[in-house]
Design a protein around this ligand. Structure first.
Ligand SMILES: [Fe+2]
Ligand SMILES: [Fe+2]
Length: 276
């Protein structure tokens, strides 16, 4: 199984540049083209939120139109820049979208690795939260299939990132309980997040957490106490999470970071005329 992981597309209304600078739609199109060129194709693509920049109704149709170009099936969760209403309307035709309840969380059972997709959104706030209801839902989903390898997805990284501003701390409450739940469920192979607009790796509740780069602008890797969050022209990218059977280690998940751009000539490595 190959799961592609994209995040933070921050699509604006047609003709509007994100922060007046970034053509988020063109950037997402490049990422979609790169994913469609993958051989083999990913079994699924997961978008960990901030589909659009301001949660406005006019921003979702262009986002859906670009994402509809993916060959692989798409799963998505909302981020702090989304509105639950706009997100739910945009993805109303998708079988995974919850039909009722206050939160846009769901579990995908179609693949060798389960996807438990969380909704950490606090409307109108940049940070995320996991309230008692959402924590109880997560616990019940993980308890239902303790022997199946599982990925938990949420928009906000649950730990401090070292960055400043809105990306400094992901969750304002529920973090300790989230860590305890992950600690009780060894089948969780990864927690996959977005929001920080940089590829990052951490450990939380004893489980590896992988944060995807944005498909639009990246945040600068600045960690001084005086640092102000800055947007950079670093390339967009995505993650590829491969569920592999290692002859020694057994089955496991390996996570790759792939930048998207023109990086020059591709050269095949040969030794004595044969592939290495
Ligand atoms: Fe974002
Ligand atoms: Fe975000």
């Amino acid at each position: 199984m190959i799961l592609a992981h994209i995040s933070d597309s921050h699509i604006e209304a047609p003709g509007v540049l994100t922060y007046g600078t970034f053509d988020a739609a063109a950037s997402l199109r490049r990422v979609v083209a790169a994913l469609n060129a993958c051989d083999p194709q990913p079994d699924a693509v997961l978008h960990t939120g901030d589909i659009v920049h301001h949660g406005e109704a006019a921003q979702y149709p262009p986002a859906r139109e670009i994402l509809a170009g993916l060959k692989a099936p798409l799963y998505a969760i909302p981020g702090n820049h989304d509105s639950r209403e706009g997100f739910a309307e945009a993805f109303a035709d998708q079988p995974w979208l919850p039909k009722d309840g206050p939160f846009l969380h769901y579990t995908v059972e179609d693949f060798p690795v389960r996807l438990v997709c969380l909704d950490t959104v606090v409307p109108g706030q940049p940070w995320g939260t996991l309230c008692a209801e959402r924590l109880a839902w997560l616990e019940s989903q993980l308890a239902a299939q303790p022997m199946r390898p599982t990925i938990v997805a949420c928009h906000h990284p649950p730990f401090a990132t070292g960055l400043t501003g809105s990306t400094k701390v992901g969750l304002d409450q529920g973090g300790a309980e989230f860590a305890a739940i992950l600690g009780r469920h060894a089948q969780v192979q990864r927690v996959l997040c977005g929001h920080s607009h940089r590829p990052m790796l951490g450990v939380f509740g004893g489980r590896p957490v992988w944060v995807a780069p944005a498909t639009c602008y990246q945040f600068e890797a600045g960690f001084s106490a005086e640092n102000t969050l800055a947007l950079t022209q670093e390339p967009p990218g995505y993650g590829l999470h491969l569920w592999l059977e290692d002859p020694v280690a057994g089955p496991g998940l390996v996570s790759h970071y792939v930048p998207v751009g023109d990086f020059g000539e591709r050269r095949v490595l040969l030794r004595d005329g044969k592939r290495v």
